[in-house]
Design a protein. Structure first.
Length: 454
């Protein structure tokens, strides 16, 4: 990276950034009180609020959102007449999954092989640190040229919509000329990328009941309808033989026209075992960014250890449906529910409950903010052109903000490149990527302020 005052300042701040990320990762801030104490999330929220106050932010507040969590807000005024930029991150994290599979403890930031490991290091506590580094560098080199709002969400990973509902009830709070969502990532480590599309998401609980209680499989098996077998058959109806998602009435043939994802790279990134086929048809980019995808997230049934010879009376599952841009999530939910009702075998009793949803998102990449970001990324990544990709995941807040502020430009950047393994065990962040993207964000704010004054 060619040196300039902003880059030099951020380089000097990296030891401090590592210490701060260590402190923030230590909070077990999973926004699910059945798994982790509420106090861990509250501690993380207070840490974020303290960091904003220390940087001179005004009106710092812990916002009690309708889903029972807290988002952190702060405002840093810029020069008179300067545009306002909203910077977003989230401090809540996914659960660590299998603690024994972590090489180092999930909530202890650990340096290994040039990366920093810990739950939330990339997704998205590192994103908040990225915002801090960019702002500190600007303050040390003439000041922040824009007014800055920061919002750090407390329940993004749960998909419960608390911040969206709060923003809708207080529409003036997050109003801005442009919005930088720090919760995406480069397509490949070292390849500067903005994310232009996100799939929406639906989380649906499925419950099947067939009997008044479990029965002895020897006395009743073969005639009594098994709820677990019914559930398995129902879930299987959501996929074709090649693994493609098959929800009746939901199109699954869209084509992605932009940056492509080579199959060999995907296999390596996803750690697909030798000889195992990929599912679906079309290009990898088609399947990841332009088409729906259903996933069974969990099933309630007896474990193998301790299982009894029984015909099961009840079985449940949690499924997700990723919804591509151009499809309304509410309509996709109706189609999914209708499909499940139509494909439930043996007239079993079916209960469906939507527990989370968010709309897909598509950005306008021709906006002036994208030109400012392209120039900034060239400074941070010399010799590299900005790439535009999609992302298969969901950030429901994006559509809420687009609806509330239709004239605001929105960019998605972040630290979640493939090697980060977000949501998996041994999540990590590249400190070099953190440094470069902080440089890029700082230069973006300078470029954007200049473009608005031109």
């Amino acid at each position: 990276m060619s040196q300039n005052p902003i880059a030099e300042t951020i380089a000097s701040l990296m030891p401090r950034a590592k210490q701060e990320l260590t402190e923030l990762v230590a909070f077990q801030s999973v926004a699910d009180w059945a798994q982790f104490p509420r106090s861990e999330s509250e501690g993380a929220a207070n840490w974020v609020a303290g960091a904003l106050r220390a940087e001179g932010f005004q009106d710092v507040a812990l916002l009690d959102t309708p889903d029972g969590t807290q988002s952190v807000y702060g405002f840093l005024p810029g020069p008179e007449g300067a545009p306002t930029v909203l910077l977003y991150a989230h401090y809540d994290v996914q659960p660590p999954l299998d603690d024994d599979a972590w090489i180092s403890p999930a909530f202890e930031l650990t340096e290994r092989d040039g990366r920093w490991y810990g739950r939330g290091a990339a997704d998205c506590k590192g994103g908040f640190i990225m915002h801090l580094l960019a702002l500190r560098a600007l303050k040390a080199n003439g000041g922040v040229p824009v007014s800055v709002k920061v919002i750090v969400e407390g329940s993004e990973e749960q998909g419960t919509g608390g911040l969206q509902q709060y923003a809708e009830a207080h529409p003036e709070l997050l109003a801005a000329d442009t919005i930088v969502i720090g919760d995406a990532g480069n397509f490949r480590l070292g390849l500067p990328t903005v994310t232009a599309t996100l799939r929406g998401m639906c989380l649906l609980k499925v419950k099947i009941d067939t009997l008044g209680g479990n029965l002895h499989s020897g006395m009743f098996g073969g005639v009594a309808p098994d709820a677990l077998a019914a559930l398995i058959r129902l879930l299987d109806s959501l996929r074709a033989a090649d693994g493609s998602t098959t929800v009746d009435g939901l199109a699954s043939d869209a084509v992605w026209e932009g940056l492509q994802y080579p199959e060999a790279d995907f296999r390596a990134d996803a750690k697909v075992l030798d000889g195992v086929e990929l599912i679906g048809e079309g290009t990898i980019a088609d399947r990841l960014w332009a088409r729906p995808a259903v996933t069974v997230l969990g099933i309630d049934c007896p474990p193998v250890v301790g299982a009894t010879p029984s015909v099961h009376a009840s079985a449940s599952a949690l499924i997700s449906l990723r919804v591509p841009p151009g499809v309304d999530t509410a309509e996709a939910i109706k189609l999914l529910e209708a499909h499940l009702i139509a494909h439930t075998p043996w007239k079993a009793h079916l209960e469906l409950e939507v527990v989370g949803q968010g709309q897909p998102f598509q950005a306008d990449t021709t906006s002036p903010a994208y030109a400012s970001m392209a120039a900034a990324l060239q400074v941070a990544y010399p010799g590299q052109e900005m790439q535009v990709s999609g992302m298969g995941g969901s950030i429901p807040l994006c559509n809420t903000l687009t609806s509330l502020y239709p004239h605001a430009e929105m960019l998605l950047i972040g630290l979640s490149e493939p090697e980060a393994q977000i949501h998996a065990v041994n999540e990590s962040v590249s400190p070099e990527e953190l440094e470069r993207l902080s440089v890029a964000e700082a230069h973006f704010l300078v470029n954007y302020a200049t473009s608005k004054l031109a």
